[in-house]
Design a binder for this molecule. Structure first.
Ligand code: 1HE
Length: 248
């Protein structure tokens, strides 16, 4: 039911993000909310999810500071479209999820990792700095001390440790199958509820607590009185709705 699959498809270059790929991501994630898509899976071809910034293109282009600032702003455009677009995005991760690849993954709403998956921020070792939102999203996921350690020392996280620090929420044998299952489950929620979950929470984190509480009340006013909510509440009141149980 209206589930899109977005595939990183430069496996020969380990899905390194060149500017053409970033522009495609901007277009795709800008269009998703208008296409009746209920959830999206972000996956990759080849053994690695994403090797981050296309270092060869960056080297070849000999960009000025202003040029690269503009490049970073296109990355932000793409990743903000994902995070704030209102359509649940579930990332199926494998192999290297490093540098800008982790910045991309961290803009998804749910991250599902496979057993071979590892997370890193090798920017420091490359003489670079994050430019695709890691200072916001990765720091938000794992805290600034862990992020600084990753960048200073090249520390990698994998397996249960990656789950426990917050880099991914699921660790499974087959991340693509799990991502699809989660997407199908999320897609059963009313679209307006998912829109709020996948945009309002992120917006509210940018606000003062007082403003966030106000915005939450406004969003709840709209969402909690929608027709789809009334129908589901009627089912609950009539005793026909599913109950919240550990086995459900
Ligand atoms: C690339 C890139 C890339 C591979 N840009 N071309 N990111 C990094 O520092 C990670 C750099 N990549 C690696 O450490 C490794 O390639 C991997 C661990 C991801 C994969 O290793 P492996 O052995 O499977 O592949 P490979 O042989 O290293 O690479 C295969 C090809 O992909 C090769 O090209 P070829 O033409 O010689 O075959 C590599 O050059 C190419 N390739 N990674 C360009 N990243 C907004 S700021 C964000 C800043 C960052 O993201 S910094 C982190 C950059």
């Amino acid at each position: 039911m209206g589930i899109a699959t977005v595939t990183l498809n430069r496996p020969a270059k380990r899905n390194a993000l060149d500017i053409a790929t970033i522009e495609e991501l901007v277009d795709i994630f800008a269009a998703l909310p208008h296409e009746g898509i209920r959830a999206a899976i972000l996956r990759a071809e080849g053994p690695h999810f994403c090797a981050g910034l296309d270092l060869v293109e960056h080297h070849r282009e000999e960009r000025s500071a202003a040029d690269f600032m503009r490049v970073c702003m296109r990355w932000h455009e793409a990743f903000n479209k994902m995070e704030y677009g209102g359509v649940p995005v579930i990332a199926a991760l494998k192999g290297a999820v490093v540098g800008g690849g982790l910045e991309l993954a961290s803009a998804a709403h749910i991250r599902v990792a496979g057993p071979d998956c590892y997370f890193g921020l090798p920017e420091g070792q490359r003489g670079l700095f994050t430019g695709g939102g890691a200072t916001i999203r990765v720091a938000d996921l794992i805290g600034k001390a862990r992020m600084i350690d990753m960048m200073l020392t090249g520390r990698l996280y994998a397996g249960d440790e990656a789950v426990s620090v917050g880099l991914c929420q699921y660790l499974v044998e087959d991340p693509e199958t799990k991502a699809r299952e989660l997407a199908e489950r999320a897609a059963q929620n009313p679209a307006l509820s998912n829109f709020a979950i996948c945009s309002a929470i992120s917006h509210m984190q940018n606000m003062s607590a007082l403003d966030a509480a106000y915005a939450e009340a406004v969003v709840a006013g709209v969402v909690n009185t929608q027709d789809a909510a009334r129908e589901r509440l009627a089912a609950f009141a009539g005793g026909t709705a599913a109950k919240v149980r550990p086995d459900s």
